[in-house]
Design a protein around this ligand. Structure first.
Ligand SMILES: C[S@@+](CC[C@H](N)C(=O)[O-])C[C@H]1O[C@@H](n2cnc3c(N)ncnc32)[C@H](O)[C@@H]1O
Length: 165
């Protein structure tokens, strides 16, 4: 696992991740723990990238003995990598753009990690009661969005927001 140093207005911080823009290892651990605790029937991931979080979400559903993940990735190369690493897990990898995916509306748990505009649109489409985790709230627009929706912003690593819709 590599360590990357990123710069933010509040200072430099260290990121532990497989690739420079992969979800942090610790964020993956947190997602695993949340899904283990909440035991959702349907998890949706917006933006699989190379599948670090996808794997952790899928492993949590497997360990729960229930639930599955639908994960959208619109870049074919990344999709292939993510699909390869979640083989054997209850993960339905989809090569498509998040707005085209109806699973957003049925999910009990969403991890929003695609492009900024769609991360916010995912929340608008989520059903009431959905647990919504949005990544990269070190970006002010995303942090402002979470606060405007009554959620909590955690300024650690790249930052994340937590909202119950
Ligand atoms: C920050 S990376 C995701 C990292 C990943 N969740 C992980 O665990 O490492 C963002 C990803 O979202 C994808 N993406 C961007 N816009 C998207 C969209 N509209 N629909 C689906 N995927 C999208 C990008 O191709 C990129 O792979």
């Amino acid at each position: 696992m590599a360590t990357y140093i990123e710069t933010h207005p509040t200072g430099n911080y260290h990121i532990h991740a497989e690739f420079s823009w992969s979800t942090e290892v610790e964020m993956g651990d947190l997602l695993y723990g949340l899904v283990r605790q909440i035991k959702p029937d349907l998890v949706f991931e917006d933006g699989a990238g190379m599948g670090h979080a996808t794997y952790m979400l899928g492993k949590a559903c497997l360990d729960n003995g229930k639930g599955k993940v639908v994960s959208c990735e619109n870049n074919e190369s990344y999709y292939q990598i993510a699909a390869g690493r979640v083989e054997g897990l209850p993960v339905d990898m989809q090569l498509q753009s998040t707005p085209c995916c109806p699973a957003v509306e049925d999910a009990d748990f969403i991890f929003a990690d695609g492009d900024n505009e769609n991360r916010m649109k995912c929340f608008d489409r989520a059903k009431p009661g959905c647990v919504f985790v949005i990544h990269d709230t070190n970006e002010k627009a995303l942090a402002d969005f979470v606060r405007a929706k009554g959620g909590l912003v955690f300024n650690f690593g790249r930052g994340f927001g937590l909202i119950i819709k």
